[in-house]
Design a protein around this ligand. Structure first.
Ligand code: SDX
Length: 427
């Protein structure tokens, strides 16, 4: 019987070391090298953690080769097409989809927690009107730690789930208030009668006093198709294994800091254009390209090793195939084209980029495909959401993933403070 181990030989000394293989339920197995430094006096070297499993998790699974994504084992296609974002939140937190009654109770609890403490509102006044909503969002979420210091008992499931529900519920209100502050217009209070996603769109768009039932041209101020599109976008962003911002959230969890400052750290990490900030950069890039005639020249810039220009919305650390979320969004774009007047110049430029990049050797040889951010921006623009709010929308979707990962870390008795080592090459 073959042993489930790997043996390494140090050819300088002839010493051999044997390490156990731990098999995954899906995807790659891992080599358990926790004693490697004690055994060999050496560290392993993996900047960017391209081949390193940082934890044992049961939440989300990605198969980068197949382009597969599952939350608690359920394929993302099933969740995006048949379930609401709130059902997906319940699934991530409880490892199963809710019954009808459970969903009603969960929905009601999330609606009731959407209000912000009056003291928290004053924070927005400290920011200049044109403050990027991500800066305000991160600061406001950090300050939640000073408003809520209870419900942190990891021994009591009701306690920490209440902490989780609260942050899931308040993030859309904070994001909408950050946007209204950015515009210099009054805040719109959450409305208990509205669903999670419709409530967010109303807080973003309503006129002072919340009145917006009909616009001058008689169109409903918020169309159901818009609510469904945004709800799907939230679902597609809900979690994604150990991506950069989730790694930061787990790192902050490992020091024992308040869960809400861990979420605020995730927001800060997500802002970068290599990560969640890419959706905003995609639209900025399409606007910069400006015309279909310029696409070829910009593709050449993206391929030029001496030019740090990169095609925003292309490439991914894990997906070496089409990002399954991108496929769902591409289909959603096609469905919405008539209803939301998606056929804009930006859309034409985006389609030209996609057509060229998907047949170009440079992108094919590097497995560079459109990722979720390539398509999100076009749909959000059609929902009249400005690009400065694209990453806050990503935050709203991802908060449930971050807090679920935080809980999993805290419940793992083997978890330790994050403290990587280094290859020292200094004096
Ligand atoms: C998200 O991790 C997650 O799960 C993240 C996310 C989530 O849900 O949490 O999926 C969300 O962040 C999606 C990714 C959004 N970012 C972008 O769209 C920004 C553009 N993409 C890149 O910056 C890049 O592709 C990354 C950061 C996404 C991935 O970078 P890697 O895995 O470190 O790959 P790499 O930089 O080593 O690139 C490999 C090669 C290089 O060329 P060579 O040195 O081999 O010649 O591909 C090239 C890169 O130059 N390359 C690109 C490119 N992305 C990679 N060339 C042009 N345009 C690009 N977009």
């Amino acid at each position: 019987m073959k042993k489930n181990t790997v043996t390494l030989t140090d050819n300088r000394t002839g010493e051999t070391y044997e390490y156990n293989i731990i098999n995954a339920s899906r995807g790659p197995s891992v080599l358990d090298i926790r004693t490697f430094f004690a055994d060999t006096g050496m560290f392993t070297y993996d900047p960017g953690f391209t081949a390193t499993a940082a934890c044992d998790s049961t939440i989300t699974f990605i198969d980068g080769t197949k382009g597969e994504l599952r939350y608690r084992g359920i394929p993302i296609e099933e969740l995006a097409n048949k379930h609401s974002y709130l059902e997906t939140c319940f699934l991530l937190l409880n490892s199963r989809l809710p019954s009808k009654e459970e969903l009603t109770d969960f929905d009601l609890e999330i609606r009731h927690r959407a209000y912000l403490h009056r003291g928290l509102r004053k924070l927005f006044d400290a920011f200049p009107d044109n403050a990027h909503p991500m800066a305000t969002l991160s600061a406001a979420v950090t300050s939640l730690a000073s408003f809520y210091n209870e419900h942190l008992d990891m021994e009591d499931e009701n306690e920490y789930l209440e902490m989780a529900h609260r942050i899931i519920s308040k993030i859309p209100t904070i994001a909408a208030f950050a946007y209204r502050h950015f515009l210099g217009i009054p805040f719109i209070e959450p409305d208990l009668d509205l669903s999670f996603t419709k409530n967010f769109l109303t807080m973003m768009r309503a006129y002072p006093g919340g009145k917006m039932h009909l616009l001058p041209n008689g169109h409903a101020a918020i169309k159901e198709v818009e609510v469904r599109a945004l709800d799907t976008i939230f679902t597609l962003h809900a979690d994604h294994e150990q991506n950069a911002s989730t790694t930061v959230v787990r790192g902050v969890a490992s020091t024992g800091a308040h869960p809400y400052v861990a979420i605020a750290s995730g927001i800060a990490a997500l802002w970068g254009r290599a990560h969640g900030g890419a959706n905003e950069s995609v639209i900025a890039q399409l606007e910069h390209i400006g015309s279909v005639d310029n696409v070829e020249a910009f593709i050449e810039k993206a391929k030029d090793p001496n030019d740090d220009f990169r095609l925003m919305g292309f490439g991914h650390r894990v997906y070496k195939n089409f990002d399954p979320r991108a496929k769902i969004l591409k289909k959603l774009q096609d469905e919405l084209r008539e209803e939301l007047n998606l056929d804009t110049e930006l859309m034409t430029i985006a389609r030209k980029i996609e057509e060229i990049a998907l047949s170009d050797e440079y992108f094919i040889s590097r497995n560079l495909y459109p990722n979720i951010d390539f398509y999100t921006g076009i749909i959000l623009t059609a929902l009249q959401i400005p690009k400065s709010m694209f990453t806050p929308i990503f935050v709203i979707g991802r908060t449930v993933g971050w807090i679920t990962q935080w809980i999993e870390f805290k419940k793992d008795e083997t978890s330790k403070i994050a403290r990587p080592r280094q290859l020292y090459t200094g004096e």
